[in-house]
Design a protein around this ligand. Structure first.
Ligand code: GTB
Length: 217
């Protein structure tokens, strides 16, 4: 049975690999699992056919036979549990890798998403300029701590894991923010993630979707 995931028919990030299907694609590439992609418009995401897979009407989803999952973190964890390569075998190291996945989506990502949402929805509002330093401050508080933890290490806890995969992708959303420049070790950490062959393949595949959709317009 082939795994099928869902992704944007035409991603609003214009193929920069920032939408969350990228995490799932990257994880599948890391473990060598082939997959199909079902592309969806915003309208299709809110139709019953997709809501029956994802109650919040979003991407990505993951289908493998009878198993249907949503939430990129849960999907990546499932992939990592099914295949070797993304989680260590030793119980403690495995628990810590999963802990970093949660840290990525539960601690580092929320202020980044809040900042992006404010830019998208409030940047023409009179309060935006006043609010931005507070949003930046919340993001940087987490970057300070993460940067201090990472130090000169290659990855967050020993070998590359699903925790790094999630964290690198979360941080990538800041690439055009200007906030990463004060954290050269985080910039290098992201670059190490992006240099992985599995990342490159996943990135190329999602970019090809965007380019094909743009060419067909
Ligand atoms: N917590 C869920 C998960 O991790 O899977 C969040 C899923 C989610 O937010 N999905 C978004 C979605 O389906 C796409 S990734 N949105 C459509 C909707 O809600 O109607 C979020 C995203 C979108 C666009 C950019 N971008 O343009 O840079 C980045 C990230």
């Amino acid at each position: 049975m082939t795994v099928t995931i869902t992704a944007f028919e035409q991603s609003p990030d214009r193929g920069r690999g920032l939408a969350r299907d990228m995490r799932v694609r990257w994880a599948l590439e890391e473990v060598g699992q082939p997959y199909d992609v079902h592309l969806l418009s915003f309208a299709a995401m809110k139709k019953q056919a997709h809501l029956s897979l994802h109650p919040f009407g979003q991407i990505p989803t993951y289908e493998d036979g009878d198993l249907v999952l949503f939430e990129s973190g849960a999907i990546v964890l499932h992939i990592a549990e099914q295949h070797a390569g993304l989680l260590p075998n030793e119980v403690g190291a495995r628990a810590r890798a999963i802990m970093w996945m949660f840290a990525a989506v539960g601690t580092v990502e929320p202020p980044i998403v809040e900042r992006s949402a404010a830019y998208l929805m409030e940047r023409d509002k009179p309060w935006y300029a006043e609010r931005l330093p507070m949003l930046d401050g919340r993001v940087c508080a987490q970057l300070d701590r993460l940067s201090r933890h990472l130090g000169d290490a290659e990855w967050l806890d020993g070998a590359f894991s699903a925790g790094d995969l999630m964290m690198v992708h979360v941080l990538r959303r800041l690439e055009s923010s200007g906030l990463l420049q004060d954290y050269p070790n985080l910039v290098a950490y992201i670059a190490r993630g992006e240099a992985r062959p599995a990342y490159k393949q996943a990135f190329a595949d999602q970019l090809a979707v965007f380019e094909a959709a743009s060419a067909g317009k």
